[in-house]
Structures are given as C-alpha cells and as structure tokens.
Write a protein that binds this ligand. Structure first.
Ligand code: PMP
Length: 359
C-alpha cells in the first residue's frame, strides 16, 4: 500500500529516512551479525547510542553541561506521579497551571502525594485559551504546566512569568518542535511517541541544582537521581526505543535543528489554520487564536455527521488519524516534526474542497 499522510496524535508519524535506516540495519547492526534488539544494554554499541542520544539532546536544546538527560519508561503518565514523589515534600505546596486534559491528570496525580494549589485552570473556558493571570504560591516547591495540550490543541507561545519558582513542563507533544530557553526549566519531560521517537521511552531533562533537592527516601527506581547517576542504565532501558530516538535526533539535527523545525512547523500549521479561517465559519477552531497549537490543530464542523464524513473522505484520500480525541470529538490534525509539509498542503486543499461541497 502507498504511504499515507499520518495525522495521528501519538504514536505518530516518524521520519521515513529513520524508518528506512532502522530497517536496513535491523538484522545486522553495524556488522555485528545481530540486531540491536538482541544486544546487551551494557554493550559498547548500546552505550554509544545512549551517549549520543544524551549529547544530541544537549546540543539541540543548548543545555548546560551539568543538566541531566534521562531515558525512562512508563510514559509521561508515570512522570505525573514521580514529580511530586521526588520534589513535593511534606509541608510544601506545588503550583499547577491547568490548560487542558493532561494538566488536569498531572494535578490529580500530585494531589494523591502532597499539597497542590491550582494557580490557574481554564476549564470554564472549555480549555480554549490560556489564563490571563496566575495565582502563584510564594515559595512553591515547583510550578507545573503543559506547554502543549494535545487533546484541546492549546499551546503556550511563550512562557508566563513565574518568578523564582522552579518550572516543570510537560512537553510531551511539542518537545524539539521549536527552540526553548532551557535555563528557565528545572525539569522537562516528554513521552517520545509524538515528536521524537516511538512509544516506550520517556525523556526527562533536569537541572542538577534542582535534582539536589529531591527526596532520597523513596524507592531507588522512582528516583531521578538513580537514573542520573547511572546514565539511564540502572536497569534495562527500552533499547530499541532509545535507538530510534537517537536516529530521530540525528534527523532533526541534519535538517538544521530547532530553528529549522520551528520554521517548518509554523509553515505547516499556517496552511491548515488558513483553511479554517477562510472557510467562512464552516470550520470552527477550538483554540482561541493566541493559544493555537502548532502541533495539534483542533476544529469542529457544523454537524457531528459532517465530521464523520470528513474523516472518512480524508482517509479515502490517504490522510489518516484526523478524528478528534474521543473526549472532545471534532477533528484533530496532529502535525508533528516528522509530518511532511506536503501533507498539510494536501489537507488544506481537501478542507477547501470539502467546505465548498458541504457548506
Ligand atoms: N502529556 C501530554 C501532553 C500528552 O499528550 C500525553 C499523551 N497523549 C501524556 C501526557 C500521557 O503520555 P503517556 O501516554 O506517555 O503516559
């Protein structure tokens, strides 16, 4: 079957060049007569992949040499629990800024562990916009936000002012999609399966100075410090996922790094938002314009029945994964790094034609 344009929200599209390389070296990794899947995580081959993946992150994000890049398992959902376990001691408060479904999950999990304060929550606005103001706790242990809400398609274009509170960001759906000011984040985490690789590995970037405050009484396997001390090789890592991630980071680097990703992703998103905006109200974007995501574009059609038709007709034209999240319905076009600009141009043209025929 011919390749499709893959608008899935995650697991999501991977660069064709990366998949082709993985296929080419699957049976015989670098002349070793076996697959990387079959090698020890203590082998020189795997250690080289692990180190290269760490270094590529540091270079792409412009990290400090002392920052730690960790490869963990359990998805971003596990991070929702590990963060307060490590960084929310008894008597302290953590602030959470909730701009969508994932931020809500994060705060619900933290509540089971310690004292939390919701500094802003845009649920009343149906998670369409970003908060106008934040009620921050002076001296909070940390402040958590979600840079891009994957389900609602709401993204912070720039960070809000947070004072001295250490900032923790869930970047699962926009990591490495644009440059960031890494020094502003005490901790960043992201499941890999959207922008940077396959499911199975979760990346955590943590400043050493923040890590020094972590609780040391929790089980070793739950401590970030355990992973940092062992270069993520405390126990068996998800070797194949890290291998693919390292190839994806190479692909991003070869395309020009995060500046180039940002130009590419902005141009892609513009194509689709323009189709929404010129439809005369046939397509109705979920996110308010200043909060529009460059990664997940969410919109409604006049009728749910038309949305079903839209998804089916797009699929017949080779564009898959466009149904909105089951909790909100509508359409969601996820247009992560690896999605080619041509896919967005094709979707925009399809949208014009669908609106013309059904509007
Ligand atoms: N945070 C965000 C922003 C997400 O998009 C997702 C997954 N869609 C998660 C957290 C949960 O990730 P995981 O399934 O890896 O636990």
């Amino acid at each position: 079957m011919a390749p499709v344009h893959n608008f899935n929200a995650g697991p999501a599209v991977l660069p064709q060049a990366v998949l082709a390389q993985a296929q080419a070296e699957l049976l015989d990794y670098q002349g070793r007569g076996m697959s990387i899947l079959e090698m020890s995580h203590r082998s020189a081959e795997y250690e080289a992949i692990n180190t290269s993946a760490e270094n590529r992150f540091k270079t792409l994000l412009g990290l400090d040499a002392a920052d730690q890049v960790l490869f963990m398992q359990g998805g971003a959902s596990t991070q929702f629990a590990l963060i307060p376990l490590n960084f929310l001691p008894a008597g302290a408060t953590a602030d959470y800024i909730v701009t969508g479904a994932w931020g809500l999950k994060a705060v619900e999990e933290a509540r089971r562990i310690g004292q939390v304060h919701v500094a802003a929550d845009t649920a009343d606005a149906n998670y369409r916009s970003l908060p106008d103001s934040l009620a921050l706790t002076p001296g909070a242990a940390y402040c958590h936000l979600t840079t891009n809400e994957t389900i609602q398609g709401v993204q912070w274009p720039t960070l809000p002012a947070l004072g001295d509170t250490p900032l923790i960001a869930d970047m699962s759906s926009d990591i490495l999609s644009r440059p960031i000011d890494a020094v502003r984040y005490a901790l960043i985490y992201a499941g890999a399966q959207k922008n940077i690789g396959p499911a199975g590995v979760t990346v955590v970037i943590v400043q050493q100075g923040f890590l020094d405050h972590a609780d040391t009484r929790i089980p070793a396997i739950f401590r970030y410090a355990t992973f940092a001390k062992n270069h993520s090789l405390y126990n068996t890592p998800p070797v194949f996922a890290v291998y693919l991630l390292e190839l994806v980071l190479g692909w991003i680097t070869d395309l020009g790094g995060l500046e180039a990703m940002s130009v590419r992703n902005t141009a892609k998103a513009d194509l689709i938002y323009a189709a929404i905006d010129r439809s005369g109200g046939f397509y109705h974007g979920h996110a308010a314009a200043p909060a529009r995501s460059l990664m997940n574009i969410t919109f409604r059609l006049p009728e749910p029945a038309l949305e079903k038709q839209f998804v089916a007709a797009a699929e017949a034209d080779g564009m898959v994964g466009l149904a909105g999240h089951r909790s909100v319905g509508g359409i969601r076009a996820s247009i992560y790094n690896a999605l080619e600009p041509a896919a967005c141009a094709e979707l925009a043209a399809f949208m014009d034609e669908f609106a013309r025929r059904n509007g």
